[in-house]
Design a protein around this ligand. Structure first.
Ligand code: URP
Ligand code: ZN
Ligand code: ZN
Ligand code: ZN
Length: 490
């Protein structure tokens, strides 16, 4: 057997197992063999992992790039570059419908055109639906599943520009159930938040910190349970995105215990950052405004780690939704006549490149196992979103890898923003110390990041990043179990 690439001396980690003493053989972008003493020919590249972990390439299934609501954020070029430099080989980003759009087909084509030939990693798209007309739901969704491999939608229960009523969510669920799609839900109670914001503003409490006061855990927990109830009634799988609080995670866990197809996602910011970060001098708090907001207490962070380790969280993604802090002309978004106005601060943090190193830190600190890492950062996102050749190191799968340093080999460093490859002027994780980082990132057999030598080596021009048409979820879906004798329309 001939190989294009052999990775030797690594510890292969999958979601279920850790394999030592074996080598990985790659041919034509696919893993073709895992075995002992694989033969190298003159044309074989060999990587010596020196005892470090070889994990499947990271799959970031929640990324916002070039959306209309992040005009100062990353492009596909800078975002995907940043992704691979942090070990991620596939991103799923959003095509986002505006309420005015009467058809989502041009929307999807426009977003796909932005990514095409500009991505250094493989990519796929979810659809954000904000105006589910009967034509879109009944005719366009089936077309998108079949022709574009878009097998998931994201729905919002909050934000004036995006929010759907429960009835609209239910109508969409009839279609997603029929089509075997995964429905992602941003769950926060809009009316609670709106009332709190109005009263805070009337009292002059408009600093960035009040963003966190305006969106209490209770608002997240209520909407999370409501989304679960809608899903249960419709017998349709959902994923609660960017879960930030124990109360919401508990609802998800209770539903899972009852075998409902309820999935959860959390993000690095909810493992490391607290709402005190919103209090910085000179409007610095604006750098950490995301929704749901950072929570109050160190225990809140511990609960999120626990929910990864005990399986409540299915996926771990960045929710990269970046905006520059200082924009051209000396301006800052969220300042109105020089005064902070938290409602005007773009929501979302940069995090594509730091996602995997931050999760790996949890492995080093014994909070989660390397298998947990692979499960939430690679395998489950692949299964839930129908990327059937990604997320595992097995013959037949795409040769996407993140290779880590053996412990003790990398010189520890304190993160500064200039080490990162995004086009954002800060990282909320600056100042943190890292003792490991992706040493190599490999996309379908090609090295796209080598930290010690060439750095970022993927070419611009999409030569390497390809659009992936997705299939259906292979995690538990509709079960034909109903709340009473009523059945959803088929
Ligand atoms: O604050 C966040 N998460 N902004 C990005 C958009 C979203 O809701 O995911
Ligand atoms: Zn409103
Ligand atoms: Zn969201
Ligand atoms: Zn998001």
């Amino acid at each position: 057997m001939e190989f294009d690439l052999i990775i030797r001396n690594g510890v292969i980690a999958n979601a279920s197992d850790v394999i030592t003493g074996q080598e990985v053989g790659v041919k034509n972008g696919k893993i073709t063999c895992i075995g002992f003493g694989l033969p190298a020919s003159d044309s074989t590249s060999v990587i010596d992992a020196e005892g470090g972990f070889i994990t499947p390439g990271g799959l970031d299934s929640h990324v916002h790039l070039q959306q209309w609501n992040t005009p100062t954020g990353d492009t596909w070029e800078t975002g995907s570059r940043s992704a691979v430099c942090g070990g991620t080989t596939t991103v799923i980003a959003f095509a986002s419908q505006n309420k005015q759009h009467q058809s989502v087909l041009p929307v999807v084509n426009d977003y796909a055109a932005l990514a095409k030939d500009n991505s250094s990693c493989d990519y796929a798209l979810h659809l954000i639906m904000t105006n589910p007309t009967p034509t879109i739901v009944n005719e366009e969704l089936p077309f998108l599943v079949k022709e574009h491999g878009i097998t998931s939608v994201k729905l919002y229960m909050t934000y004036d520009a995006m929010k759907l009523r429960d009835r609209e969510i239910l109508d969409i669920m009839v279609a997603t159930r029929r089509l075997g799609m995964t429905t992602m839900i941003h769950a926060e109670n809009h009316d609670m938040i709106e009332l709190i914001i109005e009263t805070l503003e009337a009292r002059g409490q408009t600093d960035p910190y009040y963003h966190s006061v305006a969106r209490p855990q209770l608002a997240e927990a209520e909407a999370t349970y409501r989304a679960i109830a809608l899903s249960e009634m419709m017998d349709t799988p959902i994923l609660l995105v960017h879960v930030s609080s124990e109360a919401a995670a508990k609802h998800i866990r209770d539903a899972q215990t009852r075998l409902l197809p309820i999935y959860g996602e959390t993000c690095p910011q909810y493992l490391y950052l607290l709402s005190e970060r919103l209090k910085g001098e000179n409007f610095e708090g604006a750098k950490c405004v995301c929704s749901p907001p950072l929570r109050e207490k160190p225990e809140d962070l511990d609960h999120m780690w626990t929910a990864i380790a005990n399986g409540t969280f299915t996926t771990f993604s960045s929710d990269h939704a970046a905006s520059k802090f200082n924009i051209e002309g000396g301006k800052r978004l969220g300042l109105v006549n020089g005064r902070p106005f938290f409602k005007k601060i773009p929501n979302g943090l940069p995090g594509l490149e730091t996602r995997l190193p931050l999760l790996y830190k949890g492995v080093q600190e014994g909070r989660i196992t390397i298998n947990d890492y692979v499960r939430v950062a690679c395998s489950n996102p692949a299964k839930l979103y129908g990327l059937h050749t990604k997320g595992a190191i097995m013959p037949g799968y795409d040769a996407d890898f993140t290779i880590w340093y053996p412990e003790g080999k990398m010189k520890p460093f304190e993160l500064t923003n200039d080490m990162l490859h995004h086009d954002i002027d800060y990282s909320p994780f600056e100042g943190m110390t890292f003792t490991n980082w992706p040493r190599w990132t490999i996309l379908r057999g090609k090295v796209v990041w080598e930290r010690d030598e060439g750095g970022f080596v993927a070419k611009r021009g999409g030569a390497w990043g390809e659009y992936v048409k997705r299939g259906s979820s292979t995690l538990r879906g509709s079960r034909n179990v109903f709340v009473n004798e009523w059945r959803p329309p088929i």
